[in-house]
Design a protein around this ligand. Structure first.
Ligand code: ZN
Length: 336
């Protein structure tokens, strides 16, 4: 229902909840898809998903009271992992939430219609909304590696709903390939997730002439690695290039299966993204490697760039999907 036609004079609003391994981000999104209220809590502070959802509900109510003039219509929840039957079936980064019937839990708590969606799909929906391009592949690089696909203006998750798991695509088939956090060998997440990037650094620092080699193992973090790369540390720059190489294998694979499309990289593990020389070098390496691996016509028609929405993408996308489920299937395509 358009805001102006509501009889109670209130504007329609939607809550987007983005559950990650570290934080739960909450946003109130208005009819024009502006995030008008922001909250954030630490995932580890809540012993169960039910306790976390209770607190999220309190914070949403608080935001709505503070903002005033808004009427909550629907709630969207985004989380990493495989979703089916409105339930998180399998995830490598959010153990305690597996098997919980999330939609029922949130519907009971909020008393509103609820949509539950993979977090990368939510972010892809948000990017699609902003960029107005019909097909895209959003890759989220953080603790894990997520992927959201939009094909012909619709989220695409395969016939089972389990498609798009780019983080668990094999990019190293050698017998001694590293184990992914999911326990299987050679997956992209084992190289391009935060833990994987740190492991690459640890391997390359053995006997290397780098300031980083003097750090105790537990002090080597993605942030320290990034700053070393910014300062020109050769090993750190080599790690950035090695990460780009593994991502390029996965991107070239998707481009050849689905046809060339727009790839967008987002999340905390983009080495500073477009704002940083290291991030721009990371992007240059990915593009060069994808070109090396791709048929000429595939490469000519694809583009790779950083995503534009940053940390808000999951929240906005979850709210857009909630809006779509509340207002009908065409609202993703036709929303203003
Ligand atoms: Zn895996």
């Amino acid at each position: 229902m358009p805001a102006s036609s509501r009889r109670d004079g209130l504007q329609a609003a939607f809550a987007g909840i983005d559950v990650g391994g570290t934080a739960i981000k909450i946003g109130i999104v208005d009819e024009r898809q502006n995030v008008v209220g922001h909250q954030r809590v630490r995932t580890a502070d809540y012993p169960t998903p039910a306790a976390a959802v209770e607190q999220v509900h309190r914070l949403v109510e608080q935001s709505l009271n503070t903002l005033g003039g808004l009427s909550l219509q629907a709630v969207g929840l985004a989380s990493p992992g495989l979703m089916a039957d409105h339930c998180l079936q399998e995830t490598s980064n959010l153990g305690g939430w597996e098997g919980v019937r999330l939609r029922e839990l949130i519907e009971r708590t909020f008393g509103r219609p609820v949509a539950v969606v993979n977090d990368a799909v939510a972010a892809a929906v948000a990017e699609h909304h902003v960029r107005r391009i019909p097909s895209l592949c959003l890759i989220t690089l953080g603790t894990g590696v997520g992927c959201g696909l939009i094909i012909d203006d619709r989220p695409f998750t395969g016939h089972s709903g389990f498609g798009g798991e780019l983080g668990h695509v094999v990019v190293d088939a050698r017998p001694d390939a590293r184990l992914c956090p999911c326990g299987r060998p050679g997956h992209l997440e084992a190289y391009a997730g935060a833990g994987g990037v740190v492991q690459t650094a640890q391997e390359r620092l053995q006997g290397a002439a780098s300031r980083l080699a003097t750090l105790p193992v537990h002090e080597l973090t993605p942030e320290i690695l990034f700053h070393a790369a910014e300062g020109g540390d050769a090993v750190a720059l080599d790690v950035v290039a090695a990460t780009a190489e593994k991502l390029a294998i996965a991107i070239a694979g998707v481009a050849h299966v689905l046809g060339p499309l727009t790839f967008l990289l987002g999340g905390a593990m983009t080495f500073g993204g477009a704002r940083s020389a290291v991030g721009r070098g990371f992007m240059r390496s990915i593009r060069q490697q994808v070109e090396r691996l791709s048929l000429r016509e595939i490469h000519r028609h694809l583009s790779i760039d950083f995503s534009s929405l940053g940390n808000d993408a999951g929240v906005i996308g979850a709210a857009l999907i909630a809006r779509r489920s509340a207002l009908g299937p065409d609202s993703l395509r036709t929303s203003p």
